[in-house]
Design a protein around this ligand. Structure first.
Ligand code: HEC
Length: 299
């Protein structure tokens, strides 16, 4: 009887072990093929936490992956959204007007940039009389902020709107299991853009304008910034919130990483070079050692 009990115990252990191996195999399989949703583990534990924001869903971006490139027309539309909507609260202080004509960016001409800069008033000075004065902007000027200082912004809006120059790179988070195993292979670097897109579309409680699904803690001082039709696109793209959000997010990604295309192009050519170099080294090694092998046989 005792022996049987022991045997039973061993069998249970065996069964448990089998199940565990099965689970592990399934987890690896799921990790490899991206089956399980990214939030499986992030949301597990002591039930859903109402204050914890979900992981932003993965969007498709033209600039994702090793061969990613910005879509120039999209950057131009995104800039229009920034200029007509976001700029009334947010600064973009690390971007100069001339950057809009830089290669790998929205691709405005120098003439367009000059005309655009001239529509802004820039504070300059002091002049010979010791006074500050305003003059029309020049391409070398940086985007001015609508508010005189942070205090003025806080007094008007209840919180300081962060500068948007680097926001697409500044917002990052853990994507949980199994995404963190897959992300290095697919070169996932779009945490910021996915978050900004989700945030703009995350005002899901109609009775509370400051409730946002994706803002940490769910409370945001920014009221829903976009509505269908507020920006008039000249190229016939849909005038909808998701489209505006996509475009302005792409523009903010460019602002945060203006050399993204150059970086990716260099990465691909370096890997190409290393591949060819590895083949050459292998061929050279075969040739050099073939003599040693041959003489070893003759001895
Ligand atoms: C009416 C003013 C206003 C407008 C217009 C506005 N924002 Fe904001 N935004 C704010 C304020 C205020 C905050 C700070 C929110 C907080 O800390 O609770 C903010 C915060 C943000 C954040 C940071 C959220 C975080 O994770 O901390 C992002 C990103 C953002 N805004 C993007 C945009 C974009 C893109 C637009 C244009 C489509 C825009 N905002 C238009 C006022 C505005």
């Amino acid at each position: 009887m005792k022996a049987l009990a022991v045997k039973n115990d061993a069998m249970t252990k065996g069964a448990t072990f089998g199940t565990l191996t099965g689970l592990a195999a399934f987890a690896l399989f799921a990790a490899a093929f991206g089956f399980a949703p990214a939030s499986t583990f992030a949301e597990s534990g002591a039930g859903p936490n109402p204050h914890e924001q979900p992981i932003p869903p993965t969007q498709e971006w033209s600039f994702a992956g090793p061969f990613g490139r910005f879509d120039q027309a999209q950057l131009q539309r995104g800039f229009q959204v920034y200029r007509e909507v976001c700029a009334s609260c947010h600064s973009l202080k690390l971007i100069a007007f001339r950057n809009l004509a830089d290669p790998g960016g929205p691709g405005f001409s120098e003439k367009q940039v000059k005309a655009l800069a001239a529509t802004y008033k820039i504070k300059d000075g002091p002049n010979d009389a010791g006074e500050m004065f305003e003059r029309p902007g020049r391409p070398s000027d940086y985007f001015p902020w609508n508010f005189a200082n942070e205090q003025a912004a806080r007094a008007a809006l209840g919180a300081v709107p962060p500068d948007l120059s680097l926001i697409a790179k500044a917002r990052t988070y853990e994507r949980g299991f199994p995404q963190f195993l897959i992300d290095p292979f697919i070169q996932y670097q779009e945490h910021g853009p996915d978050y900004i897109y989700a945030l703009i579309n995350g005002y899901t409680h109609e009775d509370d304008p400051n409730w946002n699904e994706y803002m940490p803690g769910h409370k945001i001082a920014m009221p829903k910034p976009l509505a269908d039709g507020v920006v008039d696109y000249a190229d016939g793209s849909p005038k909808t919130v998701p489209q505006y959000a996509k475009d302005v997010t792409a523009f903010l990604m460019w602002a945060a990483e203006p050399k993204l295309e150059e970086r990716k192009r260099l990465g691909v050519s370096v890997l190409g070079f290393l591949a060819v170099y590895a083949l050459l080294l292998f061929a050279a090694k075969q040739k050099i050692w073939s003599r040693v092998k041959a003489s070893a046989i003759h001895e």
